[in-house]
Design a protein around this ligand. Structure first.
Ligand code: C5P
Length: 230
């Protein structure tokens, strides 16, 4: 086996698969590489927290990407349950408001779990935002929500790599920027429109790169992970 690149520790592989067996096969292929695994809504709907212990025993760090959005008490109580599992990172929508974010931070931090905010989904454009009654420009909305998240005590935000440089200039050095929409040079974009290469996203200030299909749909996922850096 070739030696793992230390930058793999910045990669969160999105396990967007339709069965527990596929998720386990990917975890086995990636074990020991240093990367994180991301459990999203689909896998959570299939397996709940069942795979958390298995993945932790295999040595992975875990990001549970459920993007919670509810009244502060419901979010706080749900996070209490999630933090009792062995996940390392969770997330909530910033638009749930300051109180929701502050209470989320208060629950997660004593449990040693990082909590991120989702600012504006990258699937939404200016028109979508206006239709919802938001008057701000997308970039301004992203920055404002990220500043509010930082004030509320969140550890970071999920954002497009396109916004990473701007956010990095406005937020503390330790504030985490987790960026999806990453594609190795020359690989298929799939349905991602604005893509960054892994190296460019790190240069722009990303702390972690969320990468799904370029790794999960590769014949050899371990090799695809290693080839992010060549
Ligand atoms: O396969 P791909 O690399 O496009 O997967 C990206 C992952 O990041 C998916 O799990 C997707 O849900 C997630 N994501 C995204 N854009 C966002 C937020 C999350 O692509 N703005």
């Amino acid at each position: 086996m070739t030696e793992s690149d230390p930058r793999n520790e910045k990669v969160m592989v999105a396990l967007d698969v339709a069965s527990e067996a596929e998720a386990l096969a990917l975890a086995e292929a990636l074990q020991g590489s240093g990367c994180w695994l991301k459990i999203g809504l689909e896998l959570y709907a299939l397996t709940g927290l069942k795979l958390v212990d298995t993945f932790k025993q295999m040595g992975f760090k875990l990001f549970l990407d459920l993007k919670l959005h509810d009244i502060p008490t419901t979010v706080e109580r749900t996070l209490r349950v999630l933090c009792a599992s062995r996940v390392d990172m969770v997330n909530i929508h910033c638009t749930g408001g300051y109180d929701m974010m502050a209470r989320a931070a208060d629950v997660c931090h004593p449990a040693g779990v990082k909590v991120l905010g989702v600012t504006v989904l990258t699937s939404m454009d200016q028109e979508d935002l206006s239709n919802l009654g938001f008057k701000a420009k997308v970039r301004d909305q992203v920055v404002n929500l990220a500043l509010l998240a930082e004030k509320a005590g969140l550890d970071g935000v999920v954002a497009s790599a396109q916004e990473a440089a701007l956010l990095r200039s406005r937020l503390g050095d330790d504030f985490l920027l987790v960026t999806p929409g990453i594609r190795p040079p020359g690989s298929a974009k799939n349905d991602q429109v604005r893509v960054f290469t892994p190296v460019d996203a790190l240069k722009a200030g990303s702390s972690y790169l969320v990468i799904g299909r370029p790794i999960t749909q590769a014949k050899d996922p371990r090799k695809a992970l290693q080839e992010l850096w060549v």
